[in-house]
Design a protein around this ligand. Structure first.
Ligand code: NAP
Length: 262
């Protein structure tokens, strides 16, 4: 299927690794020019080179910086001639007990997982509407639908974003101009972040890492973790011309782990 987005420009945040990288790969495969960001310049440059090799017909620009800062966002936006597609992403907040979190911890989580996407949406959405095409994807978490108690910072910040997006996506001045906003909710995906959590669990329990990972896989109906390529393909479809009637949705990708009928 031709997704019909060749030649568009996408800003894919936090994309040197993991799910953001998967989205950038899928978009580049469809002929979309990309600006990718991450804090670590070395991994970012390596990913930019991989993306350029994947499709020599597209432009790939890498902007090193922290997307949760004003300067990081300004640099990312400045590198993108126009933002037709915006993929919001940043690292997730740490796990813990809410009794230990002070105001600063909350502000940090809100900045990364709620206010940064809102700022980037604010900076790009009206121009998208003016051009009659826009696709915004927020990478959130399955925890929005089924909260995980030790991830209270994530549950709170991402649910705030989800509520905000539900309203904006339905504004007539947005939706009637072919601008869609959808959230992608990952369950367990095989990325550095997941591996980091598993390493922590292995150290705590004294079990070998592979045993911990295997036990985690077995908790999922598919008996495996999702892949960044699967995640990216879904993102690319939601960014396609064919997905113009899908907006304000929360698309759960968790291998069927969520046990509800809906
Ligand atoms: P990952 O493999 O650790 O990759 C994170 C990427 O984001 C890296 O490229 C990282 O590069 C970049 N990044 C992190 N913080 C950034 C910042 N402040 N500014 C710019 N770039 C930043 O993580 P992932 O698994 O792809 O996770 C992506 C998001 O999905 C996270 O919010 C995570 O909590 C959420 N999620 C993941 C899973 C899962 O199973 N993987 C499940 C649910 C939710 P630098 O470190 O160099 O900046």
């Amino acid at each position: 299927m031709d997704l019909g987005i060749q030649g568009k420009w996408a800003l894919v945040c936090a994309a040197s690794k993991g799910l953001g990288k998967g989205c950038a790969q899928a978009l580049v495969g469809e002929g979309v020019n990309v600006v990718i960001t991450a804090r670590g310049a070395e991994a970012l440059q390596a990913t930019a080179a991989e993306l350029a090799a994947l499709n020599p017909l597209v432009q790939v620009r890498a902007v090193a910086g922290d997307i949760t800062t004003v300067a990081g966002r300004a640099a990312a936006l400045a590198a993108c001639p126009q933002v037709d597609i915006l993929v919001n992403n940043a690292g997730g907040p740490p796990p813990g007990d809410f009794r230990d979190w002070d105001r600063e911890a909350w502000i940090k989580a809100l900045d990364a997982n709620m206010l940064t996407p809102i700022e980037l949406i604010k900076a790009t959405i009206d121009a998208m509407a003016g051009r009659g095409f826009g696709r915004i994807i927020n990478i959130t978490s399955g925890a929005v639908k089924a909260p995980i108690d030790i991830l209270g910072l994530s549950n709170g910040a991402r649910t705030g974003l989800t509520g905000f997006v539900a309203g904006v996506a339905r504004q007539v001045r947005v939706a009637s101009h072919n601008v869609t906003i959808n959230n992608l909710l990952p369950g367990p995906f095989d990325t550095d972040r997941l591996r980091g959590t598993m390493i922590g669990a292995a150290q705590k329990s004294g079990q070998p890492l592979e045993a911990v990972m295997d036990a985690r896989r077995k908790l999922n109906p598919t008996q495996r973790f999702g892949t960044a390529a699967e995640f990216g393909a879904t993102c690319a479809f939601l960014c396609s011309v064919h997905a113009g009637y899908i907006t304000g949705q929360n698309v759960l990708m968790d291998g069927g782990a969520y046990p509800g009928t809906f």
